[in-house]
Design a protein around this ligand. Structure first.
Ligand SMILES: NC(=O)c1ccc[n+]([C@@H]2O[C@H](COP(=O)([O-])OP(=O)(O)OC[C@H]3O[C@@H](n4cnc5c(N)ncnc54)[C@H](OP(=O)(O)O)[C@@H]3O)[C@@H](O)[C@H]2O)c1
Length: 370
């Protein structure tokens, strides 16, 4: 909706910072100044990753990307596709399609800094100093990972697949993880990140990948055929015979599960990576009595390191080469569910926060439809 003075009425899904399940859709007015670009958000994915952005909104600064103007509320970032509908920047044309970090909203204004044929970096002052991965928008017309036919899969899986790619790469680097890893234990194995990591690990000779998941998801994860073994969270004792050295990739963030894995693997564990918090409401009290100190893994840091090592083209080529067979494999496994409008998205968000997640399903929101 464009008013007579050139401003745009936008709607944004915002959450209560201290009770992230409480989501509402708020109206606002956007204006596009010189050097700025107005994006219409065409569609975005919602997964547990976005809930984790909200859980860690304060600590990892996710609230800073799309400020609400009020410290009690926050906009959880999402990965999506957007179209330029107004441009005050000479190198950006109306009609361009971009992929990147967006608010769950109908529209957003960004301020292009570096612009090149493959993409645009947002240089909005409120985003200064935040991780580079999140500032970059890919121009889909020049994006080797993008095809219109696989766009929904891209929204749902691309950031998570890239994380899995980086984890697989890190685990293969024995100097970085402290050993020639022979066993990799992955929690929340049913998640998109866990599934992608399992798929990549399956291609590594001599590595046993063990998926840990909720008992309700054991059969589904088993059926993926990528993990050598799948155990429920209360079957961690089954790791006792694991071949050393072992690594733990923790996507669940459940302190009790982490402590149990550390206790069983003990000296066999060479690295313990803290990656996700899908079980954000788990009791945080348990502490591991054995094994290495858990190390935080932040994908944008590893992206930066590999961009230095491989260069932007080398990085893009490696991810694209791994992505293509993954998309072919995962397409029949994921049921894409389209959600129309932000009010419906708020309802889905509440479900996600409450753990009502069907790992066989991926949610794609079309914000304008409500
Ligand atoms: N550190 C980084 O840079 C980085 C990068 C990307 C992703 N991540 C993290 O990786 C995690 C996985 O993200 P994703 O988007 O791939 O997840 P997803 O596909 O949405 O995962 C769904 C699975 O997560 C578990 N789950 C979700 N919500 C839950 C709840 N409230 N209670 C209990 N279990 C719940 C269940 O798995 P189980 O039954 O198998 O536990 C569920 O099947 C997120 O925490 C994300 O932030 C971290």
């Amino acid at each position: 909706v464009t008013s007579g003075d050139g401003s745009v009425l936008a709607h944004t899904l915002v959450v209560d910072r201290t009770a992230i399940g409480e989501a509402s859709v708020v109206p606002g007015t956007l204006t596009v100044g010189a050097g700025e670009v107005l994006l219409r958000v065409d569609r975005f994915a919602l997964t547990s990753n976005n809930v984790t952005y909200a859980v860690t909104g304060e600590a990892l600064q996710y609230w800073r990307f799309f400020p609400t103007g009020d410290d009690t509320t926050g906009t959880p970032p999402v990965w999506g596709l957007a179209t330029v509908v107004a441009s005050g920047h000479a190198q950006v044309g109306v009609g361009e399609e971009w992929y990147g970090f967006l608010p769950p909203a109908t529209h957003v204004v960004v301020r292009p800094g570096r612009v090149d044929p493959t993409g645009v970096t947002d240089a909005s002052p409120h985003r200064a100093g935040l991780a580079g991965t999140y500032q970059r928008y890919a121009r889909t017309a020049a994006d080797p990972l993008h095809t219109a036919a696989t766009a929904d899969l891209e929204l749902l899986h691309r950031p998570l697949f890239t994380t899995a790619f980086l984890l697989d790469d890190l685990l293969a680097d024995e100097t970085a993880v402290g050993g020639d890893v022979r066993t990799v234990v992955v929690t929340s194995a049913s998640s998109k990140t866990g599934t992608a990591l399992g798929r990549l690990l399956a291609a590594r000779d001599g590595v046993e990948a063990v998926g840990l998941t909720s008992s309700r998801n054991v059969a589904l994860v088993d059926g993926l055929g990528v993990f050598d073994r799948v155990l429920a969270y209360d079957e961690v004792d089954g790791l006792a015979a694991a071949v050393a050295p072992a690594a733990l990739v923790d996507l669940a963030g459940d302190a009790g599960v982490v402590a149990a894995v550390h206790d069983v693997l003990a000296g066999a564990l060479c690295v313990s990576l803290v990656v996700g918090v899908t079980h954000h409401d788990a009791d945080p009290a348990a502490r591991p009595s054995a094994g290495p100190r858990p190390t935080p893994f932040f994908a944008p840091d590893r992206v930066r390191a590999r961009l230095r090592d491989w260069g932007p083209d080398g990085f893009a080529a490696r991810v694209a080469a791994a992505w293509a067979p993954f998309v072919t494999w995962v397409t029949p496994l994921l049921d894409v569910r389209k959600v129309a409008g932000l009010d419906a998205a708020a309802q889905e968000w509440r479900g996600l926060v409450d753990g009502m997640v069907d790992p066989a399903e991926g949610i794609v929101v079309v914000p304008a439809a409500g």
